[in-house]
Design a protein around this ligand. Structure first.
Ligand SMILES: Cc1cc2nc3c(=O)[nH]c(=O)nc-3n(C[C@H](O)[C@H](O)[C@H](O)COP(=O)(O)O)c2cc1C
Length: 355
């Protein structure tokens, strides 16, 4: 990390976390953040559900909720980006404060509740984006309005509206901050929801990959049900995982806050879910590993547990944007050390250690 980045982070951490988040987005949009060299190599280049990635390190949903910083983020070293969540109607989300740093734990707790500008505004921004100097696929996290009486239809509506302007979409039924949302992970409801979403996908002129994002707090039986339903619906892959409700092993003062916990304490739990998914799908379904990735070693562990690609968010709060190319370069070195000519060859090779 450069001295300038260290000072910038120290300054941001003097603000309330939500304000700091807004300022970091603003700084990116104004071009005040030094963007790193892009890190790609023949070893890091890969494909994910048919999308070509220059490296397998993605931005997780929730940082650029309103698709306002796609251009600078596309030059920040990520191999792919996920923006959103977008809901059909704009909504303010939960009352503030609703984002908390857990610095000692290298973690965060949020209870935003899908605050976003809505699919009209977000769709217009996505439609206006221009191709950058390097191809970085951009996906949209789909959400449902809090007051909606048909949440399944909300996911399909956002996909139908914004789908023409993105490279992939994610059905997010795993946010803990919208009451009842995670019930949509149950067998019958999920099957109905995915049917509607996959129909909306088929209605697109260019059907894009659709991923399902799941919670880390599922029982073994629930996970088996989800895999069965996801395979039957022919989703393009599963993202594991969203934030957790667990508070195990935390030291920080804010650990009692309500919301979803992200960052380092989520790493093991989410990686175990990932490995189990890899086992249940016999490595046939693309998986994206997310939860507590904060180093090249972490990314490599997720890949060896079964992920074709990884995503991160919270580690950037503590380590800045230069973490992204640092992870890519470090991952390249780890793959070379272990004799893998390509990252795809390492996927799932260490799964048994997590089962
Ligand atoms: C402030 C914040 C907002 C988030 N918003 C969303 C969201 O809108 N949709 C979603 O699927 N996940 C959301 N997430 C979850 C992340 O995408 C990711 O799954 C989770 O934070 C674990 O990764 P991390 O430990 O690298 O942060 C959010 C996370 C944070 C910290």
């Amino acid at each position: 990390m450069s001295r300038r980045e260290r000072l910038g982070l120290a300054l941001l951490h003097r603000f309330d976390p939500e304000r700091a988040h807004g300022l970091s987005l603003l700084a990116l949009r104004l071009g005040l953040v030094p963007l790193p060299d892009f890190a790609s190599s023949p070893r890091l280049a890969t494909t994910l559900a048919g999308m070509v990635l220059l490296n397998p390190i993605g931005l997780a949903a929730g940082y650029d909720k309103n698709a306002q910083a796609i251009a600078p983020l596309s030059r920040a070293g990520f191999g792919f980006l996920e923006v959103g969540a977008a809901t059909p109607l704009p909504q303010p989300g939960n009352d503030r404060p609703r984002l908390f740093r857990l610095t000692e734990d290298r973690a965060a707790i949020n209870r935003f509740g899908f605050n976003n500008h809505g699919m009209q505004a977000i769709g217009s921004r996505l439609a206006a984006r221009k191709p950058g100097p390097v191809p970085v696929p951009v996906g949209l996290n789909l959400g449902a309005n809090k007051t909606s009486d048909n949440r399944a239809a909300d996911f399909a509506a956002v996909l139908a509206h914004c789908g023409p302007h993105v490279d992939f979409a994610t059905v997010n039924v795993s946010s803990p901050n919208t009451e009842g949302l995670r019930n949509l992970q149950g067998r019958a409801l999920l099957a109905g929801l995915l049917q509607q979403v996959m129909e909306a996908r088929l209605g697109l002129a260019r059907p894009i990959p659709v991923f399902l994002k799941i919670a880390p707090d599922l029982s073994p039986g629930e996970l088996e049900d989800i895999v069965e339903v996801a395979l039957a619906a022919r989703v393009s892959g599963i993202i594991a995982t969203n934030t957790t409700l667990s508070r195990e092993g935390l030291k920080s003062a804010n650990s009692g806050q309500t919301g979803g916990l992200s960052g380092s304490p989520l790493f093991e739990k989410s990686t175990r879910v990932l490995a189990r998914l890899s086992q249940l799908t016999h490595g046939t379904l693309p998986l994206i590993g997310v939860g507590g990735v904060a180093s090249a070693e972490d990314a490599y562990q997720k890949i060896r547990a079964g992920a074709s690609a990884v995503q991160l968010y919270t580690a950037m709060v503590y380590q800045g944007l230069s973490l992204v190319p640092a992870i890519a370069r470090g991952l390249d070195a780890l793959l070379a050390r272990d004799g893998y000519a390509n990252v795809a060859l390492a996927v799932g090779t260490g799964r048994s250690a997590w089962l």
